[in-house]
Design a protein. Structure first.
Length: 328
């Protein structure tokens, strides 16, 4: 317990420290002491504008997006007892992206952009049901789940690319950048769109922690302790879909965070859901904040999509997990 609390405090401190660095540095560097002043609306007007209206909301979106994707991955890995399960690898992220791209392409001016997270969650939910249906054969085998997810993900990717080809050129350009995974130009409006979904689903994930622990056993063992396996699995998948769908709606397709974050958290605090979920949220936030900081500052004056850097780290990690699974 003490060890877990120590890791939790250490990574929370690291996230706070990195957040200050994130806000302070960029194409216009601001001394740390003046960052604090700017956050409270004091100091130079130009620095206040950069800190409060440009970098701070982008930082909050990075934190919320990373937390959502990592916790969604932790839930899927626990429910399916599969270390390779993650929203982007089993096709859920692709479903959210397809629905969000459809919403952006076909919505009329009368429909508020605030419905974008709900549209993405509907797409993620529909695809997750398809994956679960096609992967079911006297239970859900991990290898079958991954293969079906890859296949469904390829279909949703093809559909999304078709929208980009045949859609309006301006909408297609924006959608393409978003599909790469970017939180560029995030504003407080995006924070308000994402924060309620993230907070609600994270609280539900913690509340369902006991069921998540039970489902880590075999189905027979879970039933023997009185757990309704079907209902628990459906509830947890729905929470994962909500987290992944809302994150994709705002941050785009930021790959591999849902794979890496839970693995790091599990190494630090173990598999117990009540510890794993908060730690996965912090790890996911730290990954996205760090990746977006590099994307924003390493190649100035260019501001690259954060998804490029998470994929650059995540793809080798995924290959390593596949190799380790083969050896076992």
């Amino acid at each position: 317990m003490i060890r877990s609390a120590g890791w939790f405090a250490a990574l929370s401190g690291a996230l706070i420290a990195f957040s200050v660095i994130y806000i302070a540095f960029g194409d216009m560097s601001i001394p740390v002491e003046r960052v604090v002043q700017a956050l409270f609306g004091e100091g130079l007007a130009e620095e206040t504008l950069v800190v409060r209206e440009l970098r701070a909301p982008r930082l909050v979106v990075a934190v919320l997006t990373g937390a959502s994707l990592a916790v969604a991955g932790a839930i899927l890995q626990g429910v399916f007892r599969n270390p390779l399960a993650a929203p982007d690898l089993v096709g859920i992220t692709g479903g959210a992206a397809a629905a969000a791209a459809s919403f952006l392409t076909f919505r009329s001016a009368a429909v508020s952009i605030g419905w974008l997270p709900a549209a993405a969650m509907c797409g993620a939910g529909f695809v997750s049901m398809l994956i679960y249906l096609f992967a079911w054969k006297k239970g859900v085998a991990p290898s079958r789940l991954i293969l079906v997810g890859i296949g469904i993900g390829a279909l949703t990717g093809a559909y999304t690319n078709a929208l980009l080809v045949f859609g309006n050129e301006y909408t297609a350009a924006d959608a393409y950048l978003w599909l790469t995974g970017t939180i560029y130009a995030s504003s407080w409006k995006h924070v308000l769109m994402l924060a309620p979904w993230t907070v609600v689903f994270l609280l539900l994930a913690v509340y369902q922690g006991r069921n998540m622990n039970v489902l880590a056993l075999t189905d027979d063992s879970a039933i023997s302790v009185g757990n309704n396996v079907g209902r628990s699995r459906f509830t947890l998948i729905a929470i994962s879909v909500g987290l992944a769908g809302s994150a994709v709606a705002i941050g785009g397709v930021i790959g591999f965070v849902g794979l890496i974050g839970p693995h790091i958290a599990r190494r630090l605090v173990g598999p117990g859901a009540r510890k794993l979920i908060p730690m996965a949220a912090i790890c996911g936030s730290l990954i996205v904040v760090a990746a977006d900081f590099v994307a924003r500052t390493a190649f100035l004056p260019y501001d690259l999509p954060v998804g490029v850097f998470t994929a650059g780290v995540g793809a080798p990690f995924f290959i390593y997990l596949l190799y380790r699974s083969r050896k076992r």
